[in-house]
Write a protein that binds this ligand. Structure first.
Ligand code: IPM
Ligand code: MG
Length: 348
């Protein structure tokens, strides 16, 4: 069977890191007899420039038809005009929503070879292995009404029990394959939506008596990520808290550029992207770290193609390259995007 993968490079460093991940994925697939058929389309600012919209109906239907989507990043100062009717981010948010990708998995783990790369003291980073399960299609990102007036603006944070239940179930299920501890992060002391969140998570926890549940308020969870991150196993949280906490947590392993993500739902298919953004300041200079996107390609094989073997081969090559000392600029090294890609290919 040939797997159909849609590549959406997007903006900024997106095209560079996606090209790198494609090379690694093709090489790994070739070694293990996985046939891939690549398609490519525009998203974000690049799509706005060429097609007038951040996500065209054609691109969306190709994403629906694909077995998986590999995405780079969207956005940049070029499209930042606050009065513009279309924004690059609408492409990514629209795609997540339309494909029903309600869970974003962001695994943050300390890499033994990179103990020196984190700005935090080694003892704060040692043993860190956190799986974030970020709710991705609800909350304040999507709530209506959304209003902008000259002197007043409204965003709406809505959650339904169904939205909380499905993502909570996934978090508990994934915890079973790990250390069996779930931390549900909310702001239940202030927000009604968080009180619903907490009630539903408690209900779901009863289906998983073998998994321990704790609740933590988002402000103190943010602090604990810097002071005692190794004490977390699975963190499940709503859309915006997850957005913020995962950028914070990405500092632990050493660089935002290292971290992959998988966005999945109940249907087949999924969206795979690094957790970093489009980094317009370094776009087109061959300095971006491709590891987050290469890791996302591995997750694509694991979660959407059922090819754990290809995923493991890629992850092992990355790990070996890092052990051998391969470092991009964000990790204090001198390798460019292409050279880092070569280093990974060498260890495949
Ligand atoms: C992310 C990004 C996106 C988000 C932006 C680009 C809309 O920050 O994937 O974390 O906020 O979800
Ligand atoms: Mg983010």
């Amino acid at each position: 069977m040939t797997a159909r993968v849609l590549s959406l490079p997007g903006d900024g460093i997106g095209p560079e890191v996606v090209a790198s991940a494609r090379r690694v994925l093709d090489a790994a697939a070739g070694k293990l007899g996985l046939e891939l058929e690549w398609e490519e389309a525009l998203i974000g600012g690049a799509a706005i420039d060429a097609e007038g919209t951040a996500l065209s109906p054609e691109t969306l239907s190709r994403a629906r038809a694909a077995d998986a989507v590999l995405l780079g990043a969207v956005g940049g100062p070029r499209w930042d005009d606050p009065s513009a009717p279309v924004r690059p981010e609408q492409g990514l948010l629209g795609l997540r929503k339309a494909l029903g990708l309600y869970a974003n998995l962001r695994h943050i783990a300390a890499h033994p070879a990179l103990a020196d790369a984190s700005p935090l003291r080694p003892e704060r980073v040692r043993g860190v292995d956190i799986l974030f399960v970020r709710e991705l299609t609800g909350g304040i990102y999507f709530g209506e009404p959304r209003v902008r007036e000259p002197t007043r603006a409204v965003d709406t944070l809505v959650y339904t029990d169904v939205e909380v239940r499905r993502v909570a179930r996934l978090a508990f299920t994934l915890a079973r394959g790990r250390r069996r501890r779930v931390t549900s992060v909310d702001k239940a002391n202030v927000l009604a939506s968080s009180r619903l969140w907490r009630d539903v998570v408690v209900e779901v926890a009863r289906e998983f008596p073998d998994v321990a549940l704790e609740h933590q308020l988002v402000d103190s969870a943010a602090m604990r990520l810097v002071t005692h991150a190794a004490s977390f196993d699975v963190i499940v949280t709503e859309n915006m808290f997850g957005d913020i906490l995962t950028d914070e947590a990405a500092v632990l392993p050493g660089s935002l550029g290292l971290c992959p993500s998988a966005s999945i739902g109940d249907a087949k298919g999924g969206l795979y992207e690094p957790i970093h953004g489009s980094a317009p300041d370094i776009a087109g200079q061959d300095v971006a770290n491709p590891i987050g996107t290469i890791g996302s390609a591995a997750l694509l094989c694991r979660h959407s193609l059922g090819r754990d073997d290809v995923a493991a081969l890629i992850e092992q090559a990355v790990s070996r390259a890092l052990h051998a000392g391969a470092r991009t600029r964000d990790l204090g090294g001198a390798l460019g995007t292409a050279a880092m890609t070569e280093a990974v290919l060498e260890h495949l």
